[in-house]
Design a protein around this ligand. Structure first.
Ligand code: SF4
Length: 484
């Protein structure tokens, strides 16, 4: 997908004006955190598990070359072909070459954020190979020509009637008068359509939640079981993953799975958790004849040596999105690329370049909830703050307030002058706002007054009232005191 992160402000304005989107997000951002909390309350050792997960990931990041080589050796011994790719373009070409050598016309896919990151669907289609998404949410947005609005629930911005309408429009071979008013009917219809695609596909393409160095296996989790059909029915399987997905052992993978399911969907364990190791062996009842893993860097090694290294611990659980008040207000599309919410506000500038996502680090209230719920204890607010600092130093949007901040700093270093300036400003605003009690527009304060009113001050500063009280005089009454 083409990134529109530079247009975040416009995107967000559009999202805020979308009443239907607001409704969809309101229920989702309530139910997911509740489910997560319930399941965590049942596991007293959840915090210890988080510490363990963090130390596994930190250990891997400190020894990434070692574990990647071990993974490659083990995977190759099981018959898997590993393809190292520096960037998205190489990964796309590699996948296309595999499809061409298999004579593929149709590729079934399970949900993969790396697939979205490299825009593999658009690329395959442009080269005569038809990709078919098989996760229900991904399938819905694919047929609508949209991008995911959440890393776990890609069609969260849609309601049942939207989906029914799309299915009627696209599935023209089915009876026009069929009922599609219940979620079960929508699900049944998607299943019917996708069954034929599963059976006809020449190549299956998945992501990988983890790569296990001990065994050369990929780990794929879903709640629909579609990835298992994608992996086992076509003759050729391709998994695409970024470098930091590797973990040392099966036991480490189990620790992270326990964190992932609880943080992502509030489940003890995801419905389908598959460990796949190499192609079909003699005697296996099913599985692909060829098994390829496309291992892609695409900016990860650059992050490894920098301030955003901790972000490479991310397991894409989506908890930070589900708890973010900014995401809850605008949804995922406004962020303009694959990754949204707090993790997107750090990942997008890190992977695409800060100049392509100037506003994202500012899309935060700094309430700190994202870090609080992150199973990998990623310091997201500190990272966003760091990106803001960089913008300030480099003269980006954050530097626009430089003059105002300088003036504030000048006054703050001179308390007497500060008090006088405040008293003057507050007194002036009180006179200007008299009668209305609020400002709908104020020069130099449009960022505040654009979406909301600014209450007019009462005429005295807190400091002057406080000083008066300390001198023993009863503070003079403000205009609103005594009002009902
Ligand atoms: S940053 Fe943390 S909470 Fe957000 S998706 Fe990644 S692991 Fe989950």
């Amino acid at each position: 997908m083409d990134a529109t992160s530079q247009r975040f402000r416009d995107n967000a304005r559009g999202a805020l004006a979308d009443g239907r989107l607001k409704e969809s997000l309101a229920s989702f951002t309530k139910t997911f955190p509740e489910k997560r909390q319930k399941v965590i309350d049942r596991l007293p050792e959840f915090d210890a598990l988080r510490d363990e997960g963090v130390s596994i990931k930190n250990h891997v990041l400190a020894n990434l070359d070692f574990y990647l080589e071990r993974f490659e050796a083990k995977a190759a011994a099981a018959g898997t072909k590993i393809h190292w790719c520096r960037d998205a373009a190489e990964a796309r070409e590699t996948i296309l070459a595999i499809c061409r050598s298999a004579g593929a016309r149709t590729v079934t896919k399970s949900k993969s954020m790396i697939g979205e990151e490299i825009a593999i669907n658009e690329f395959l289609e442009a080269n005569g190979v038809r990709p078919v998404e098989t996760d229900l949410g991904e399938y819905i947005i694919q047929v609508r020509g949209e991008s995911p609005s959440h890393i776990l629930v890609p069609a969260i911005h849609l309601k049942g009637p939207d989906i029914a309408e799309t299915f009627r429009e696209k599935h023209t071979a089915l009876p026009a008068g069929r009922a599609l008013d219940q979620p079960e009917a929508i699900l049944r219809e998607a299943r019917t359509v996708l069954r034929g695609e599963f059976l006809a596909a020449d190549v299956g393409l998945t992501g990988a939640n983890m790569l296990v160095a001990e065994t050369g296996s990929i780990v794929v989790v879903t709640n629909e079981g579609n990835a298992d059909l994608v992996m086992s029915l076509p003759k050729v399987h391709v998994a695409v993953a970024s470098l930091e997905k590797v973990v040392p052992t099966l036991e480490d993978a189990a620790t992270i799975l326990r964190l992932l399911a609880r943080s992502a969907t509030g489940q003890d364990i995801t419905a389908y958790t598959t460990f796949a190791t190499g192609p079909k062996r003699p005697g296996d009842p099913d599985g692909p004849d060829e098994f390829h893993i496309v291992l892609m860097d695409n900016g990860r090694t650059a992050m490894l040596g920098g301030e955003f290294r901790d972000m490479l611990r991310c397991i894409r659980c989506g908890a930070c999105l589900n708890h973010c008040p900014v995401y809850a207000g605008i949804g995922g599309h406004a962020y303009g690329w694959v990754y949204s919410g707090p993790m997107g506000s750090v990942l997008t500038p890190s992977l695409l370049g800060a100049h392509k996502a100037d506003d994202l680090p500012n899309a935060s209230t700094f309430c700190g909830k994202c870090e609080q719920v992150c199973p990998m204890r990623i310091p997201l607010p500190a990272m966003m703050r760091h990106l803001r600092e960089r913008q300030f130093v480099s003269g980006g949007p954050a530097a626009k307030g430089r003059g105002a901040l300088k003036l504030w700093a000048f006054l703050a270093r001179r308390p007497a002058l500060y008090r006088r300036a405040m008293a003057l400003g507050v007194g002036l605003l009180a006179i200007l706002g008299r009668g209305r009690g609020r400002f709908r527009r104020l020069p130099l304060a449009s960022a505040w007054t654009g979406p909301r009113d600014l209450p007019a001050p009462e005429g005295r500063t807190f400091q002057s009232l406080w000083a008066e009280r300390r001198r023993g005089k009863p503070a003079s009454r403000s205009r609103t005191e005594g009002r009902p």
